[in-house]
Design a binder for this molecule. Structure first.
Ligand code: GAL
Length: 950
């Protein structure tokens, strides 16, 4: 051991790690590779001072076992690792330690790793490569220090040649969680140290290809290739008849690469001693005329931000999980990935090349927490850190330079601005002029090539689309920025129930070629499974500093289970738009590059009793951004819904033939015809179909089915967006606070009158005078009872309501729901684009969304008819409403902090919503669009209740 003092001093060094080889491309080579990943010996100390001074080479017999790769703080690993080792800590912006750069805190946990491997023969040259170590490591091989690593999500290679020995070799790695480098890694995620990516020992043949740079471009049907190597090499692309040498430029007719058509050619680069296989995609990226183009064609990025997280392993994502999630993205029409906020595992980029994604490769730099202190001493602008910034840029670009999927290099995320970021750009421009540079934090676009924003409102994007954005102070910079394409590196914060407003953003993306699209925040929730198997978030592990559930904000759960918004995203991102009108189908293509010959179209006509007819329809191949109208063999008939689907004609790697890419519908189901309000007031006794409680006026049975807890509901169990302060709004209070302030969460009711079948009650919040009158009038009809309901605010206020719902409970046995309306998933006024009209059924228990932090969810929209059944009887309600049903109350949802706390309470809770507030994205970003807000106003509705045998 070089002594714990040196280790400790090293940790405060802001410079790059020591002893590493120059960065090179991740290459597929025939040189032998030994994968050292697996289960290693592991021990832990809470601080550097507590870590034993016996490294390297201590006796590991008493140590625990730790998988490599994994984050050592993960509770699921505790049993094998011999107990917990600290805990995961989640912070968004704040550093979990004082800003005293470049010093890490004393409370700096240390993980010691050791493994052994055998070699029959010692190669002349060998490289030990770490794909990622989160934290700051010192590495010893057979007692010889090879160097240190910095930059958690970047590779580090050491020359291992001199330290290797025949027979058993011992590798020791000491990792400190925090170091000077932590100041550059303040991403919004768990602090999760460990050896998080593979470790390999790579034999390097003499005269081998330590690095390869395939420079490519494409124009007018011709692909260009120039391969740079450190030693002369042969270059072959058999499919294109290319055979020549490195350094030579080949111009050959070739198909271009794009996310829509990810055409790859195998290139073999070889010397006498080594053979490297590259998958070359010919493509050119340009910013031209203020438009982002690939191969000269304007593209629209319909993307997601993807972090690397696994609920049991932390930052290590098993290959099959990653493969499945990329397939899931493709299945949901996602065409782009921003690797927020660090270079991903290299395998992701291989898959992106192959499957077809445009990738924004982001460097491992974020210093967001300095923003909390006015960016004082921000590393981005201090010469002390320049080397580290440039080192990180080089390691990203060198590793990933051969991937056609990467169309933009991103300097990092939320690191303020400054000379070091500018220097990174200059270095990147010089090394790889073929890709524009992105960085959102350069607000004035002084050194980037594309203008990027996060969470810009629809109105701001609309102004940018027409180049009407507010001018910058500096006219030169303003002119430069005005000539740039625009993208949203983050938009539509998918936290909890939401995001709303996706469709409107997508319309803006289409409205102008200047708008290159955007990346939804974010793909994945970062829940962590605790030792008891329950999904947890920030603060659940006893962290002193944390940001709660702000890390649970994905389109899919940490287990990669789709949230309802993923289906909505799929519909909004659909590459073809299908419009059905009568017997005609119009298909509008939104592909930028390919035609639609890979799609087949079929149709189905359904009625309440099942499928009436189905068939396929020929649609000619439609050119990119073109459209066609064809006749359908049969139009919808009254009482039916016609659905046309566009499907994959043949198997793709990411979905089988028949996978539905997009759909369109026409409905000829008439609204239920309910008799208009009669003028004569029938006596209550004349209506056996409803029993009213004379003390409250509330029904106790409807159509012979017992009901309880009848009330007007104007509140919802706050969703994450309701807790957010919507950006750019005059009222600086979250909706949740506004609604609570007027008592919507605790409405009380007073019976005003029962006049025959007409019941008037007044409803209001404690201490508030914004009263609302609820009038319920019951009328008999054949086989049931009609309810005319009127909700009338009595005071003229500008107040907003979360919903206008008629809420009641049924016995728990009514546990099944069938409905005609939008489904099968949920929808709110500004979401539900992925739902379709039809006859749907679900168990009540399956209707709510199992959000990690419970919140209002599960509403089924545009419902014309809903029936609850206990197996023997069925209570049906007809009208026009949304339905929320669950085995627990709104209050129970509101007070639960984790989904496992919600237990059925012996009732089926039903809310028939006559109106609802949209969901928006105020958890981070703008609030609900005006059209989707709900201002207090009079609402009249009629509902027919009836019961039958099930
Ligand atoms: C952005 C940030 C992301 C994430 C998001 C909110 O500002 O870049 O990392 O924090 O907000 O979830």
């Amino acid at each position: 051991m070089t002594g714990s003092t040196t280790f400790r001093d090293d940790l405060a060094d802001p410079r790059p790690g020591r002893g590493a080889l120059p960065p090179v491309a991740a290459l597929e080579s025939d040189a032998p590779v030994l994968d050292l990943s697996g289960t290693w010996s592991f021990r832990w100390a809470p601080t550097v001072a507590d870590a034993p001074a016996d490294m390297p080479g201590p006796d590991t017999s008493g140590w625990g076992r730790m998988p490599v790769p994994a984050s050592w703080v993960m509770p699921a690993l505790d049993a094998a690792a011999g107990g917990p080792h600290g805990s995961p800590v989640y912070t968004n912006v704040r550093y979990p330690f004082p800003l005293d750069p470049p010093f890490p805190p004393d409370a700096n946990p240390v993980g010691d790793y050791a493994t052994v491997f055998e070699l029959d023969e010692v190669p002349e040259r060998a490289v030990l490569r770490f794909e990622g170590v989160e934290g700051a490591a010192t590495v010893w091989l057979n007692g010889v220090e090879l160097g240190t690593t910095r930059g958690s999500r970047l590779p580090t290679s050491f020359d291992a040649s001199a330290a290797l020995q025949e027979g058993v070799n011992r590798l020791d790695v000491r990792v400190a969680q925090f170091s000077a480098a932590s100041y550059l890694e303040d991403q919004d995620e768990w602090w999760a140290p460990g050896i998080i990516r593979e470790v390999t020992l790579r034999t390097r043949p003499a005269g081998g290809l330590d690095d390869v740079f395939a420079r490519v471009s494409w124009a007018d049907g011709v692909g260009s290739l120039l391969v740079e190597t450190p030693v002369p090499a042969t270059v072959e692309v058999p499919e294109l008849g290319i055979r020549g040498s490195s350094g030579e430029r080949f111009d050959v007719p070739a198909e271009p690469w794009s996310a829509e058509s990810p055409r790859l050619y195998e290139a073999i680069v070889s010397t006498d001693s080594e053979r490297v296989v590259l998958r070359v995609g010919f493509r050119s990226v340009s910013v031209d005329g203020g438009v982002l183009r690939v191969n000269g064609v304007a593209i629209t990025l319909r993307g997601v931000n993807r972090h690397e997280h696994h609920p049991e392993l932390g930052r290590a994502v098993p290959r099959e999980v990653m493969d499945a999630e990329l397939a899931l993205m493709k299945q949901h029409n996602v065409n782009a990935i921003r690797t927020s906020h660090y270079p991903p595992h290299p395998a992701l980029l291989d898959a992106a090349d192959r499957l077809g994604f445009y990738v924004v490769d982001e460097c491992d730099i974020e210093t967001h927490g300095f923003g909390d202190v006015g960016w004082r001493r921000n590393p981005s602008d201090e010469p002390l850190w320049r080397e580290a910034y440039l080192d990180r840029a080089a390691r990203m670009v060198e590793r990933d330079k051969n991937h056609p999927s990467i169309i933009l290099w991103s300097l990092g995320n939320e690191a303020g601005t400054g000379q070091n970021l500018r220097a990174m750009t200059e270095w990147i421009h010089d090394r790889d002029p073929s890709r524009p540079v992105h960085y959102e934090g350069d607000y004035d676009c002084e050194y980037v090539d594309i203008w990027s924003r996060m969470y810009a409102s629809h109105a701001e994007v609309a102004a940018i689309a027409t180049r009407d954005e507010p001018a910058l102070d500096d006219p030169e910079l303003d002119a430069r920025r005005r000539a740039m394409p625009f993208m949203q590196c983050e938009y539509a914060h998918a936290m909890g129930n939401g995001p709303g407003g996706l469709s409107e953003y997508d319309e803006l993306f289409e409205s102008s070629e200047r708008i290159a699209g955007g990346f939804v925040w974010e793909w994945l929730e970062h829940g962590i499974r605790d030792a008891g198997g329950r999904m947890r978030y920030g603060g659940d592990f006893g962290e002193r500093v944390h940001d709660g559930n702000f890390v649970i904000d994905g389109l899919v759960s940490a287990d990669r289970e789709p949230r309802p918004q993923l289906e909505d995203l799929k519909a909004v991102f659909a590459p073809v738009v299908l419009t059905v009108a009568g017997a005609s189908l119009t298909v509008r293509s939104r592909y930028d590059v390919i035609d639609t010959s890979h799609l087949v179209f079929d149709w189905v006509i359904e009625r309440a009793d099942g499928v009436l007819s189905r068939g396929s329809v020929d649609v000619p191949a439609i050119p990119p951004r073109g459209s066609a109208t064809v006749s359908l063999p049969a139009p919808a008939v009254p009482g039916s819904v016609l659905t046309v689907s566009a499907r994959l004609a043949s198997d793709a790697e990411w979905a089988p033939a028949g996978h539905e890419v997009a759909w369109g519908q026409e409905s000829l189901v008439a609204a239920p015809s309910l008799p208009g309000a009669s003028t004569s007031a029938e006596a209550l006794e004349a209506i056996p179909a409803v029993t009213l409680d004379p003390r409250t006026g509330a029904p106790t049975s409807i159509a012979g089915i017992p009901v309880a807890d009848w009330r007007l509901e104007l509140w919802r169990a706050p969703i994450d967006n309701d807790f957010g302060v919507a950006w750019g709004e005059a009222d600086g209070r979250p909706l949740e606070e506004r609604w609570r302030a007027i008592g919507l969460d605790q409405l009380a009711s007073r019976l005003v009158s029962i006049d025959g079948s007409s019941v008037v009650t007044r409803v209001g919040g404690a201490g508030r005078d914004e009263l609302v009158e609820l009038t319920c009038r019951w009328r008999p009809v054949d086989g049931g009872v009609l309810l005319d309901v009127r909700v009338q605010p009595l005071v003229d206020t500008e107040q907003e309501w979360a919903r206008v719902g008629i809420s009641f409970t049924l016995p728990a046995a009514f546990a099944g729901m069938r409905w005609f309306g939008l489904g099968p998933g949920q929808g709110y006024p500004d979401t539900g684009q992925g739902t379709r009209l039809g006859w749907h059924a679900a168990a009540v228990a399956d209707l709510p969304v199992p959000h990690v932090r419970p919140q209002e969810s599960g509403s089924r929209r545009a419902v014309r008819e809903v029936a609850f059944t206990d197996g023997a009887r069925r209570l049906t309600a007809e009208g026009e409403f949304a339905v929320t049903a669950r085995p627990w109350s709104t209050e129970a949802v509101a007070s639960a902090t984790h989904s496992d706390e919600l237990q059925p309470d012996g009732r089926t809770h039903v809310v028939l919503d006559l109106a609802q507030y949209g969901v928006g994205t105020a958890a981070c970003g703008p609030g609900v669009l005006t059209d989707y807000r709900l201002t207090a106003h009079r609402i009249d509705a009629t509902v027919r209740f009836s019961s039958t045998d099930a």
